[in-house]
Design a protein around this ligand. Structure first.
Ligand code: GUN
Ligand code: FE
Length: 426
């Protein structure tokens, strides 16, 4: 049994009463065994002195494309449909087994180094098995799947067009191989890319498979006005109404972006318990729009955060997304509507709810998984004056340079910028 004792930290628990406590955390195997002042277990394998350090629940990013990490800098300054057609789809089509593996590893390295411990990921049509190998080896917690694109139209490039039956079969094969791998650290999620690239038959089959296997569906919707016009022309409906008509709008659905929504769509999201992944950096860079997140939260829609692919916002750093999520709302809604606590909640316990694991991750509590990051907030850009709110300091000042250690499932996966792999500890 492996145990780690972390001593003398400021602990931002994000438990029910959002307590901040000072003391120690004892990790035994994959779980938090104790939290409190002066823990003195008889025997531990490893002690981390966290004096003047802050421990937070690991960030949960609910929309990522690991396969796009290598495309950073390509197609900057384009809008969504041009960006996909001219840059991203040809690049995804050119991926091979090896390039996907390295793209995934590079992205995971960046995520872990910046305190993200769980991701909801979407790969491309081919070679998703390689990305799963990278996920397995890195130690990150992930829900991932191959992208599904079976619609024959000029909006799906030939090289990525699939047959409906093979798209489903390959997805199910990957699910059976990887879902539940490594003590449940890896889960499968069906990933129909967006309505534009999928047939109704495929979406209907995905609905049934997600129900029978009880796995998530991860897709994009209502990101860009041009995209919505295409969906309207092809289905006669708005995006979320169409997904609801198929029967996909339920608590297993994770919907990336969801910027342009009418009142009926917001009602559907709330009533069906759909989880929105807000991607503020990507929404700005692709000129997609500013999501009315305050209104979604006010209407009790579940909203968490994601960086999207690396080319959409240029880094996979949750500090950046939290900061943007708060800042972009301030001019229109005033300074307190999306305050630091709200976005920090979205980045932690909110993400845990989206992945259906709020009893396991998203806060630091005894019995939960040991997924956390240890921050040093005594750097120049974060140095505190007296009595400052540590969450505000993290949201508005911290960067990935402040993350010293990341622990997932009780394993140290990064310390001092050095990454472990599951077969090589640090
Ligand atoms: N919509 C469909 N595919 C994509 C993608 O790869 N990235 C983003 N941001 N939106 C999409
Ligand atoms: Fe995306």
């Amino acid at each position: 049994m492996a145990s780690i004792l972390i001593k003398n930290a400021e602990i931002i628990t994000m438990n029910q009463s959002e307590e901040i406590i000072y003391g120690d955390i004892l990790i035994q195997d994959d779980r938090i065994a104790a939290i409190g002042p002066d823990l003195n277990p008889e025997q531990v394998d490893r002690v981390i002195d966290a004096t003047n350090r802050t421990i937070i629940p690991g960030f949960i990013q609910t929309h990522i494309h690991l396969c796009q990490t290598l495309f950073r800098g390509k197609g900057d300054d384009l809008e969504l449909m041009d960006w996909l057609r001219k840059r991203i789809w040809p690049l995804e089509a050119a991926h091979d087994e090896e390039s996907i593996y390295y793209s995934a590893m590079l992205g995971i390295g960046e995520l872990i180094a910046s305190g993200t411990t769980t991701i909801v990921d979407m790969e491309t049509v081919h070679h998703t098995d390689s990305a799963f190998h990278a996920i397995a080896q890195s130690g990150i917690r992930a829900l991932s799947g191959k992208v599904m694109m079976d619609r024959k139209s000029s909006d799906t490039p030939l090289a990525l067009q699939e047959e409906t039956a093979s798209s489903i079969q390959e997805s199910v094969d990957l699910l059976e191989k990887w879902h539940g791998h490594d003590n449940g650290r890896i889960q499968y999620a069906f990933c129909p890319r967006f309505v534009i690239s999928c047939t109704e038959q495929l979406l209907t089959e995905v609905r049934d498979l997600s129900a029978s296997y009880q796995v998530k569906v991860h897709t994009h919707a209502s990101e860009n006005r041009g995209e919505i016009e295409i969906v309207q022309a092809e289905t006669g409906m708005r995006n979320v109404v169409y997904l609801d008509h198929i029967g996909l709008a339920n608590e297993r659905l994770i919907l990336a972006h969801a910027i342009w929504l009418d009142d009926e769509e917001k009602r559907i999201l709330r009533e069906r318990g759909v989880h929105v992944s807000h991607c503020p950096g990507s929404n700005l860079k692709l000129a997609s729009g500013i999501a009315d997140t305050p209104d979604l939260l006010h209407q009790h829609v579940s909203v968490s955060l994601g960086a999207d692919g690396a080319p959409c916002n240029n880094n996979l750093d949750m500090f950046n997304e939290m900061r943007l999520a708060a800042l972009i709302q301030k001019p229109a809604h005033g300074p307190t509507t999306m305050d630091a606590k709200t976005v920090f909640r979205m980045a932690t316990i909110g993400g845990a709810r989206a992945v259906g694991m709020s009893d396991q991750i998203g806060s630091l509590e005894v019995g939960k998984k040991a997924d956390l990051a240890i921050l040093n907030l005594y750097n120049f850009h974060t140095f505190p004056s007296f009595d400052v709110d540590p969450i505000s300091r993290i949201v508005y000042s911290a960067t990935r340079a402040d993350v010293e250690t990341t622990i997932i499932d009780g394993r140290i996966v990064m310390q001092g910028g050095i990454m472990a792999t599951v077969d090589k500890d640090i």
